[in-house]
Design a protein around this ligand. Structure first.
Ligand code: AMP
Length: 613
């Protein structure tokens, strides 16, 4: 069973949707026809049964290939011995290797500083969840490895679809992708995001309007085509959950115009991009008043609860990454999808692709990713489960003594992920914390935990992204019986007054879609207290001191649409909409200004948190 035709598709569905006969030649990668689910499944079983062995081979190949690079020569003196690598090559983060990347990107020096594969592009990592944007080398061979990974992901999706749903075989996937114009570095390399790289390098596989570099025109056209073909759509998605919510907002702002286009058979005059015009005109070829009426009827309803299911009634599931920092969007997504399953297919990054979710239909809270052992060489720095995960940020000469490889991770243990790639990253700290939850054959499966470097801190307190997420989820329960849900939030440590205090920005929404009424002060103050009460002992201790070093926590409620404005701000700074993740700890003054200028209510905790609970 296979979906025929498509509208647009992100990572994970390419082989499936395009039916590409892709044979891979790279040494470490087995070859298979991605349309052959059985062959794909056999390969998946095989590689996950030999993870330890494959990882050793991958490291050997990387070292053999790259021992003569300037970077590795500095530590290994031209040798490619794995033991020497483990002994001598230091654990690094982006700042440590930026100087090498800058030499290639800015000064035009050759790739062999870092890798003997030829660097063809630099990928812009979104960086908005952890801080600054990074430039990550990519090579043509790496493109093949990622294509192989995507085919394996298709295999998993195909086989689970086969078992679970009827009617997918004649359906289409509406998967939204947006791209920006390329930038060139002074050294002459193209700078793009990972998703843009995939699309621009495989142009022939995507519909032309995906190539439109004007996000508004592109998204408008993608939605319009999705509406015209609403009865064929069986799967709606995008890369990250936050992106899907942004698309729903865009639809809310434009549905009347789209419906009018469908009624008249004429596309709006502001769609001038030739790719969009051509693609839409093929689909919007006549007046369709009945279709426009039914869209009006659905969209005019006051509450948009279940809008995805109503507009695309054959949709079986929604596809978007919903783990890690995206977990906060689960309630909002459940609201708009009408409770459709959300498939969180993969865990990957600009640096490398890591894991595939082998149980795509499991609850978003239970998703684990099985690492694919031929993508890169993975290592893990254990984190004491009761300790502050940010402490792994220390520069410790003995850090490497604690490292374990993929075959030796332990169930129930948290680790910081390190990656060694063919493209010039060696023992590179991803800044992601993962938890081992089990094994698929001999390959470990990981739950995504959090980023290492996102913290709120006033004094010696350190609140991680995950701590904050848990505390906010607890506090919002006070408003849920009143019909509210939290659309998005962020925070910063306000040290402009003494003592400093935590500030949370909340964008609330009513399930009924009514305007937000005046908020009940007592309930909002209770939310503030509950966030504080849910934070760790150190925070509570500092709040409890007779001269407290942390002031009462503040929630600033912002008006609706604020987090879209924030997203637009970060996109204007070079972040891709596909890969955008709301920063949970805002450092940019301009971003704080944007949020502050839209505050409609400020509330403070009135209680000192109880240290004994
Ligand atoms: P980028 O390089 O911009 O694509 O961002 C990569 C980062 O996104 C990763 O290092 C993770 O922090 C985050 N990320 C990617 N995939 C997932 C996932 N499945 N669940 C949670 N976070 C993810």
């Amino acid at each position: 069973m296979r979906m025929k035709g498509w509208i647009t598709c992100p990572m994970g569905l390419k082989g499936l949707i395009h039916g590409v006969n892709l044979f891979l030649k790279t040494m470490m990668l087995p070859t298979f026809d991605p349309r052959d689910t059985e062959a794909g499944s056999r390969i998946l079983e095989d590689i996950t049964s030999n993870a330890g062995h494959i990882q050793e081979q991958v490291l050997e190949e990387i070292l053999t290939k790259n021992a003569s690079t300037d970077y590795l020569k500095g530590f290994l003196n031209g040798h490619s011995d794995k033991g020497l690598f483990k002994n001598k090559v230091p654990v690094v983060d982006y700042e440590d290797i930026k100087i090498y990347i800058d030499r290639i990107a800015l000064d035009g020096e050759p790739s062999r500083i870092l890798t003997n594969e030829s660097i063809t592009e630099l990928l812009k990592s979104s960086g908005t969840s952890g801080g600054k944007q990074k430039w990550i080398p990519k090579t043509a061979e790496e493109g093949e490895r990622r294509a192989f990974f995507s085919c394996l992901c298709d295999t998993v999706l195909n086989s689970f679809e086969l078992r679970s749903f009827q009617g997918l075989n004649d359906g289409k996937a509406l998967l939204f992708v947006l791209i920006n114009p390329d930038i060139h570095t002074p050294g002459g390399l193209v700078l793009r995001t990972g998703s843009e790289s995939e699309i621009k390098n495989r142009k022939d596989r995507y519909p032309q309007f995906i190539l439109c570099e004007d996000s508004n025109q592109s998204l408008y056209s993608q939605l319009l085509c999705g509406l015209v073909q609403r009865d064929a759509i069986v799967n709606v998605g995008t890369f990250f959950a936050s992106g899907l919510l942004r698309i729903i907002k865009f639809f809310e702002e434009h549905w009347q115009e789209m419906s009018s286009n469908i009624r008249t058979g004429q596309m709006s005059a502001w769609i001038t991009d030739p790719n969009c015009k051509r693609a839409v005109s093929l689909i919007l070829s006549k007046q369709m008043p009945d279709l426009a009426d039914s869209i009006d009827l659905i969209c005019q309803e006051k509450s948009w609860e279940g809008i995805i299911k109503k507009i695309w009634p054959r949709t079986k599931y929604v596809m978007a990454i919903i783990t890690g920092s995206m977990a906060q969007y689960i309630p909002a997504l459940e609201f708009y999808t009408g409770g459709l399953p959300v498939v969180s297919p993969v865990y990957g990054s600009s640096e490398a692709f890591f894991g595939i979710n082998m149980k795509p239909l499991c609850s978003p809270y239970d998703v684990s990713y099985t690492f694919i052992p031929n993508m890169a060489y993975y290592e893990f720095l254990p984190i004491d489960n009761h300790q502050d995960p940010t402490c792994t940020n220390r520069k410790d000469a003995h850090l490497k003594d604690h490292i374990v490889d993929l075959a030796n991770v332990k169930i129930g243990q948290h680790y910081e992920l390190l990656v060694t790639t063919f493209t010039g990253l060696y023992r590179y700290r991803m800044g992601d914390i993962v938890l081992v939850t089990g094994f698929h054959n001999s390959t470990p499966q990981f739950k995504f935990g959090q980023r290492t470097n996102v913290v709120l801190s006033i004094h010696t307190d350190k609140t991680t992204e995950q701590d904050l997420q848990k505390a906010v989820a607890m506090a919002i329960q006070i408003l849920e019986p009143l019909g509210f849900f939290l659309l998005d939030y962020s925070s910063y440590a306000d040290t402009s007054s003494i003592p400093g205090h935590y500030v949370l920005f909340w964008e609330l929404q009513l399930r009924s879609n009514d305007d937000i009424p005046e908020l009940d002060q007592v309930k909002m103050e209770k939310c503030c207290s509950l966030v504080e009460q849910s934070l760790d002992q150190k925070y509570k201790l500092l709040r409890n001191q007779s001269i407290s070093t942390i002031g009462p926590l503040e929630i600033r409620v912002v008006k609706q649409g604020t987090f879209n404005v924030l997203m637009d701000f970060y996109v204007s700074q070079g972040t891709s909409l596909n890969q955008y993740k709301t920063p949970k700890n805002i450092k940019s003054e301009k971003a704080i200004e944007i949020l502050d200028s839209r505050v409609v209510g400020k509330f403070y905790s009135r209680e000192v948190p109880n240290q004994d609970s």
